[in-house]
Design a protein around this ligand. Structure first.
Ligand code: ZN
Length: 314
């Protein structure tokens, strides 16, 4: 049996320099000090001095039928309710969602509605590789994420699996709240599962420097404490490693400051980090159509396995 390992270098850091989060008062959850949308939103933004829990994808997760699980941060939704009640000025929050994008209604077929989050947009700063040796080419994460989703969708259509693409627009910034709101608001007779697809970045001297080539591979994130999330993540991670043969960085979650797309999606959710776009060799691989196809195939295999078996242990 694989034991969970805590990468706690940073907790030491924090206690030494007083930079740690305050302990939660009794009965309350720790509150992030930054607005949700400014917290790290994928693996590339994780500072080395934070606690990350690593789990093995071979760990068997048993979910009993009807078992209650925590798939998202319910406290956040509790806090939001009374916003406009009582006398006083009514605060109108601008809708972060621009024009709704017409999409074909997914057919109510299969077991789940897969909310495919292609993350980031053309206007997102950063999230791109340094220049390759030709002085002209870069890998842009938004383009990679979208290409993986496009390749997946072709197969999901053939297999008759229901899906919803959170951000079909390309010329857009991160649109973090919007894509989560769209998934939450999406009406479906089927239970929904959110899959956010990314490529990772390792610490480097600058955005124009390649990171050390020792850092590479694939990891899948889930909502900390969610058995369902961990089970879904384990299935994606297994197929991603099988298809690519890349370094297995296992399953990850953060007890504090969890990614927005994991905390705010009112459904089980996972986030895949497919290779490192600032590892020079891996970025070159991530540009290749055949490698992208393998990554897309792995996501589809995971979806088909979950479609076939469900998530509860019968
Ligand atoms: Zn990303």
């Amino acid at each position: 049996m694989f034991k969970k390992i805590i990468e706690a270098i940073g907790s030491l850091f924090s206690s030494l320099f007083g930079g740690g989060k305050k302990k939660p008062s009794s009965g309350g959850k720790p509150k992030p000090s930054l607005p949700d949308t400014e917290l790290p939103q994928d693996g590339s933004e994780i500072r080395p001095d934070t606690i990350v829990v690593v789990a093995d994808e071979m760990e068997k997760i048993v979910i009993q039928p009807g078992e209650v699980d925590a798939d998202f941060d319910e406290d956040l939704f509790e806090e939001e309710k009374p916003a406009n009640e009582g006398p006083g000025p009514v605060v109108v929050t601008p809708d972060p969602d621009p024009e709704p994008v017409p999409q074909p209604e997914p057919q109510p077929k299969g077991r789940y509605l897969w909310c495919l989050d292609n993350g980031h947009g053309k206007q997102t700063p950063g999230k791109r590789s340094p220049l390759f040796d030709d002085g002209a080419t870069r890998l842009f994460e938004y383009e990679f994420n979208r290409d993986i989703v496009a390749r997946m969708v072709k197969q999901l259509d053939e297999k008759g699996v229901s899906y919803f693409i959170t951000v079909p627009e390309v010329d857009i910034d991160d649109f973090l709240e919007g894509r989560v709101n769209r998934a939450n608001a999406k009406k479906s007779n089927l239970p929904k599962i959110f899959v956010s697809i990314h490529s990772n970045a390792a610490p480097a001297r600058s955005s124009e420097s390649w990171a050390p080539d020792t850092i590479s591979g694939i990891e899948t994130w889930h909502f900390h404490g969610s058995k369902t999330g961990q089970k879904i993540a384990s299935i994606f991670q297994k197929h991603l490693i099988n298809e690519t043969g890349w370094v297995n960085r296992h399953l990850k979650s953060r007890p504090q400051g969890q990614f927005y797309v994991l905390r705010r999606t009112r459904m089980p959710s996972v986030l895949t980090e497919n290779g490192f776009y600032n590892n020079k060799a891996q970025a070159a691989d991530l540009m290749k159509p055949e490698v992208r196809q393998k990554i897309a195939n792995a996501h589809v295999k995971a979806i088909l396995e979950i479609e076939a078996n469900g998530l509860e242990s019968a």
